[in-house]
Design a protein around this ligand. Structure first.
Ligand SMILES: Nc1nc2c(c(=O)[nH]1)N[C@H]1C(S)=C(S)[C@@H](COP(=O)(O)OP(=O)(O)OC[C@H]3O[C@@H](n4cnc5c(=O)[nH]c(N)nc54)[C@H](O)[C@@H]3O)O[C@H]1N2
Ligand SMILES: Nc1nc2c(c(=O)[nH]1)N[C@H]1C(S)=C(S)[C@@H](COP(=O)(O)OP(=O)(O)OC[C@H]3O[C@@H](n4cnc5c(=O)[nH]c(N)nc54)[C@H](O)[C@@H]3O)O[C@H]1N2
Ligand code: SF4
Ligand SMILES: [Mo]
Length: 724
């Protein structure tokens, strides 16, 4: 064992999720001795979750690729970096010469926003790739937040977050921050924050089809029928008016159509939505009353609300409710972070529907097409068909709807590249895989998440370990590919590329810090403060935070009003009987992260977490017992999975977490393959979408259940493996 005297301590921020936890890593040379929470980090104050230690596992993982790989008839072969980059550039150029620039599909996965180098250099690669056939994880995630904020506040990234540190009342719809550690609400240690709300005599209410870990630590939980949130929210908006709680504030004075909000939800009353939502009229009235009467309050909706058929309209109504109750830009309400480096200043405001997809006529957002259209654009012949693909830090086979269809689409491509450090369900289809270094081998600054944080801080994390000889960071791969592909870039782009290559992305970070609204910041100053610098609690920022020229909040109400027709078509409020359709929803677990980190033994060990949660009543109806293997069938596919009978779920609802299904052939992740699970996205339907935004609807998928074996004792893992 290493002696403590030789050990060094390194401070950094964990980049794995949005919570920005400060880490204290003890190491001796390249050997990691321990990873703990950094008590002196002004943001996270010592909190970490179990995933932090996976940074060590990632670093040490023998399955992590450390050299470029080429798929050949005789299996995977290592390539040198110059060869790999030349071959990738040549492959892309050949494809584009034959079929046009847009024949190259691009997918940008979630880890890009957790990666400083990628954030600073992606634009160079995108310019070099020239293709407008771009997709990203945004359209199976937070797209509604961007659209609502673009409309209202004039920029897709000007997103207010719950001031959880000071609120007296938090109403959480479709979020489970105790598992996810918070999203579009960067807030380390939400468990403690909820405890604190309650300690100061505040209240936390959760509305979710599952009684979640978050519900368990809150004051109150209500089940809601998946996908019916829009009805609840419309009725809540009406209740605010009915009960006379509308509050004029500085923010409402800035709003162009404030008086029109009154009639927006006309016809949706707490009485007539009760049946469809599963929440009684009296309860809806009380929820609204308590919310409005609280000294401060915030209504926060996340994945459960965003990724369903009325995701965009729901997020809009959430914002309207916050607005008419005086909670926007108010202490304890929805407030705007004021990050040291504000990405809003360096990027366009966003746009919706400038272009449409070829096959289904779905709108783009800010140049990204909805991810639900990816496979059909690859599979449908004709002018504009996608024939090649570059997948950058994503695993869409497991993370996007109808993964099986995407697999068959990837199989028939002319050329594919993955920038990923694992040979996994998606990258296995690539001709060439370009693996970047792991997180501890790169420097880090949260370009995105400081801007969504519930408290203003700023922190730079140097690389713990130098880039090993012969390896590259994402940003180097990006710049080197850009250089090969974008030879005709203008002088300033080339200069920027050259300086970034020479000095690293931290050079751009330093430029951003020097221009910060906070005086005296620089990379040097951040390096002198390895735990981070406290920039204080959120402060009111209106009207200056608004990016519209007139500094007003634009409600853009006609756009959203038009979608109400779709609501009335979708729900029959007069029905006396609720549909007996079984609806599938997702869930997250604190020891898992989307489709990866499953190769860390200490994270996946123990009972399988990829189970079908089902309510005892529904289980009994279907003769399903705990541990039975159930065949779950949707419109697009079926899978077999172990049942976990639990009254955590609302009757009529089942839940399967996403990101599993490592039983596909040809992947190289020993631990993950042993804990394979099944992929819920083999059930989710690429045709089930929020038509207004193009966002995927992975919550509320109709499914049928069939108990296929009462083998409670059978080892599910081996079973799943043989099902492949
Ligand atoms: N049914 C269902 N589907 C969902 C969701 C759901 O709730 N239910 N959630 C959706 C959401 S919110 C999201 S964000 C998406 C996420 O889905 P994706 O965007 O596809 O991303 P991940 O599953 O996180 O996969 C990340 C990939 O990037 C690689 N990787 C990790 N770090 C790095 C890095 O630093 N550089 C590079 N180059 N590669 C890296 C990993 O090895 C992995 O292959 O899934 C979505 N899919
Ligand atoms: N441990 C862990 N942390 C993560 C991730 C991870 O995979 N694992 N992923 C990260 C990513 S990319 C994201 S985007 C965030 C997401 O963070 P969250 O938004 O907190 O996401 P979830 O934990 O999926 O919580 C969504 C909740 O919505 C509920 N729900 C499902 N359908 C409905 C519905 O129709 N109505 C309502 N009201 N609720 C519904 C689900 O039961 C679930 O409790 O988490 C991030 N953090
Ligand atoms: S909650 Fe866990 S995964 Fe997220 S930043 Fe903190 S330690 Fe990392
Ligand atoms: Mo996400």
């Amino acid at each position: 064992m290493a002696t403590a005297s030789n050990s060094k301590t390194h401070y950094r921020t964990c980049n794995l999720c949005e919570a920005m936890c400060g880490l204290e890593i003890k190491h001796e040379g390249t050997k990691i001795l321990s990873i703990k929470g950094d008590k002196e980090d002004p943001f996270s104050k010592g909190y970490i979750c179990p995933k932090a230690t996976a940074l060590q596992d990632l670093y040490e993982d023998p399955d992590r690729l450390r050299a470029p790989m080429e798929r050949t008839e005789n299996g995977w072969k290592e390539l040198s970096w110059p060869d790999a980059l030349d071959k990738v550039a040549a492959g892309i150029q050949k494809l584009q010469k034959e079929h046009g620039d847009n024949a190259l599909g691009i997918y940008l996965g979630n880890p890009n926003v957790h990666n400083m180098g990628s954030m600073f250099t992606a634009r160079h690669l995108l310019a070099g790739l020239k293709s407008r056939s771009r997709f990203s994880a945004t359209s199976i995630d937070q797209l509604p937040h961007h659209i609502v904020c673009m409309h209202m506040f004039g920029h897709m990234l000007r997103i207010p977050v719950p001031d959880i540190n000071r609120t007296q009342h938090m109403l959480i719809i479709g979020a489970n921050p105790l598992a996810s550690n918070g999203s579009i609400m960067t807030a380390a240690n939400v468990r403690q924050k909820i405890k604190d709300v309650r300690k100061r005599n505040g209240k936390v209410v959760v509305i979710d089809p599952r009684r979640t870990e978050t519900a368990d630590v809150s004051d109150e939980h209500h089940f809601i029928r998946p996908g019916s949130d829009v009805l609840l929210l419309l009725a809540m908006l009406n209740e605010v008016y009915e009960q006379g709680f509308v509050k004029e504030t500085a923010a409402s004075q800035l709003t162009d159509q404030f008086d029109d909000i009154k009639t927006f939800a006309k016809g949706y009353t707490s009485d007539n939505v009760a049946k469809s939502t599963g929440i009684s009229s009296a309860e809806i009235k009380r929820i609204v009353k308590e919310y409005c009467e609280a000294e401060s309050a915030v209504l926060y909706g996340r994945m459960g609300v965003s990724v369903q058929e009325f995701g965009l309209l729901s997020q809009y109504v959430i914002m309207l409710i916050n607005l008419v109750t005086g909670r926007i830009d108010a202490e304890g309400g929805m407030m705007f972070p004021n990050p040291a480096v504000d990405v809003v200043n360096g990027s366009g405001p966003g746009y919706l529907g400038k272009r449409r997809t070829r096959v289904r006529n779905l709108p783009d957002f800010n140049g990204d097409f909805p991810v639900v259209a990816m496979s059909e654009e690859m599979l449908t012949p004709g002018e504009g068909q996608i024939k090649g693909f570059i997948n950058i830090a994503g695993n869409p086979v497991l993370s996007t709807p109808n993964g099986k269809k995407l697999e068959s689409a990837l199989e028939q491509l002319d050329f594919m590249v993955s920038i990923d450090y694992y040979l996994n369900e998606t990258s296995k289809h690539a001709n060439i895989i370009l693996p970047p270094v792991s997180p501890l081998e790169r420097d880090h600054y949260d370009m995105t998440f400081h801007g969504l944080a519930v408290h203003n801080t700023t922190k730079y994390s140097p690389a713990l370990f130098k880039t090993p000889k012969g390896q590259k960071g994402d940003w180097e791969i990006t710049l080197e590919l850009a250089k090969r592909l974008d030879k005709n870039a203008n002088f300033s782009t080339k200069l920027n590329r050259f300086l970034t290559k020479l000095l690293g992305p931290k050079f751009l970070l330093n430029e951003g810090l020097k221009r910060s609204a906070y005086e005296g910041l620089s990379l040097k100053k951040l390096k002198q403060n390895p735990h981070g610098i406290d920039l204080g609690p959120l402060t009111p920022l209106l009207p200056q935070a608004i990016k519209h020229k007139d500094k007003k909040i634009h409600l853009n109400m006609d756009f959203y009003k038009a979608d109400l027709a779709r609501v009335s078509e979708s729900f029959n409020l007069e029905a006396t009987q609720l549909s007996d359709e079984v609806l599938l929803i997702g869930r997250r677990h604190v020891r898992s992260n989307n489709s990866w980190l499953h190769n860390s033994q200490r994270l996946v060990k123990g009972k399988s977490r990829c189970t079908l949660m089902i309510h005892p009543e529904l289980a009994e109806q279907q003769s399903i017992k705990n541990g039975d293997i159930v065949k779950v069938t949707s419109k697009v596919g079926s899978l077999e999975i172990e049942a976990e009978v639990t009254d955590e779920l609302m009757p009529g609802v089942v839940s399967i977490p996403h990101g599993w299904g490592h039983n596909r052939k040809g992947i190289r992740q020993g631990v993950a393959q042993k804990h394979a699970g099944v992929s819920v996205n083999d059930l989710t339907d690429e045709n089930l979408i929020d038509k207004l935004s193009g966002n995927a609807a992975v919550n509320g998928v109709p499914v049928e259940l069939e108990c296929i074996s009462n083998t409670a004792t059978q080892d599910t893992q081996t079973r799943e493996a043989t099902l492949a």
